[in-house]
Ligand binder design. Sequence first.
Ligand code: NDP
Ligand code: 8X3
Length: 251
Amino acid sequence: MNNKTAFITGATSGIGKATAQFFAKNKIRLILCGRRSDRLAQLKKELGDLTDVTTLQFDVSNRDEVFKAIASLPKEFQKIDILINNAGNAHGLSTIQEGNLDDWDAMIDINIKGLLYVSRAILPKMIDRNNGFVVNIGSIAGKEVYPNGNVYCASKYAVNALNKAMRIDLNNYNIRVAAIHPGAVETEFSEVRFKGDKERAKNVYKGFKALEAEDIADIIYFVVTRPYHVNIEDLVVYPTAQASATILNKE
Ligand code: NDP
Ligand code: 8X3
């Protein structure tokens, strides 16, 4: 994978960060993105000895920031081979009738529009080169709706649909497109969903062995390192203890 460059959104935590670490060990050059600049700087320091790293600090839901940040990439990072659309989160967990409108806006703006803006900014150059790989991080929430999941599930159903749409629209341009849909992964995800309530977040993963961010990073690496004619289009990954969004074999 020498000389390949990957653009990872949501690289400051969880799945994105683990993917950055995995890719760095395998000598993939990295463009790491997120809003928390301290974490981006720390990652650049940590991974800079293993591979070439640059960072971009922007909010994926802010159109202008997305296009400006990507246009600002140094020349040596402008050829992007792999785009990992990973940035995203759930905000809140409640019924539609009690839903918080700001939470809805955040999930729609980040999980759907953010993924679209970043893809729109990067795809034209992949098309020009007739080469590229887009990995969209969906969720089992994009395959199955669960109680109180409503808008988060809808945002991940949209990711699932956009993944299929990209496969169709990019089919003539030799670009690979894949979606990975994880079940429960222990990251900062639940802390964000429950607005910093660490105790409640911890409970989500109590009594069973959840997936680790590294498990998904390993799978992303596998997907992007298949021979070029092989496209793993859709992959659902559960912890062994999980049979559906709501069925968990807990101690
Ligand atoms: P984390 O909360 O650990 O990481 C989320 C990442 O997304 C952070 O790096 C965060 O960076 C970034 N991010 C969030 N909002 C924005 C924004 N507006 N602009 C730019 N970056 C943003 O969660 P995970 O690693 O678990 O989540 C990664 C992806 O995996 C998400 O799409 C999530 O929906 C999906 N997923 C997670 C599962 C789980 O159980 N954990 C299961 C299935 C799917 P920063 O705050 O610095 O901007
Ligand atoms: C994250 C997994 O089940 O909390 O997408 O929606 S779940």
